[in-house]
Write a new protein. Structure first.
Length: 200
């Protein structure tokens, strides 16, 4: 089973970025960095078969695939990770200028989240959007059959998108992980934990 988390970031803007005030100067890039760390890192290495795609409105789509990254050099905290992401953006994704950047092997693509989701729907992949008013995930994820790929849209970072007419036409089922509200990075950790129990 492969898991991919999808986040559309509408607020990140690095025009006034400073590492001394990442939350205030970057449009909350620190939140995105925490989600990346929560998704692909475990105690002693990278998670297996887990990716995260960040759809930045202004800077393209960053695909974090651990198979292309080195755990020994990967930034382990949100400050360092945010700074590496900003460097990639500021250099125009030029790998010749990113020799010392541990993220130099990530893929930066130019496709919209809607187009990406449409392609997933055509392939028949399972996609869910996390919303507090969604259905209990246990009712929608069938643990009796082997699964190929699962995609989770983290809702509270993508509110404008998931409430748009174009998105609603895709009829992607919404699920919840309980009655409490959680930070996006915590939602990712809870999903990972529950799926490991469900399919162990």
């Amino acid at each position: 089973m492969k898991i991919t988390f999808l986040i559309k970031s509408e607020s990140v803007n690095i025009d006034k970025y400073t590492i001394k005030d990442i939350p205030g100067s970057s449009g909350r890039l620190d939140v995105i960095s925490r989600c990346i760390l929560s998704s692909i890192i475990k105690d002693n290495g990278f998670e297996e078969n887990i990716q995260i795609h960040i759809f930045f409105d202004n800077y393209g789509t960053f695909v974090f695939n651990p198979n292309l990254l080195s755990f020994s050099t990967f930034p382990k905290n949100e400050l360092m990770l945010s700074d590496c992401i900003v460097q990639i953006i500021k250099t125009g994704y030029n790998k010749n200028k990113l020799i010392d950047n541990p993220l130099k092997q990530i893929k930066v693509k130019r496709f919209s989240m809607i187009d990406f989701l449409k392609n997933l729907k055509k392939r028949g992949d399972l996609i869910f959007v996390l919303k507090e008013d969604g259905e209990d995930y246990l009712n929608l994820i069938d643990n009796k059959h082997p699964l190929g790929e699962l995609y989770f849209i983290i809702g509270n970072q993508s509110e404008d998108l998931i409430n748009s007419e174009e998105f609603l036409k895709l009829k992607i089922p919404s699920i919840n992980i309980g009655t409490k509200s959680y930070l996006a990075s915590s939602v990712i950790r809870i999903i990972k934990f529950n799926l490991k129990i469900l399919f162990s």
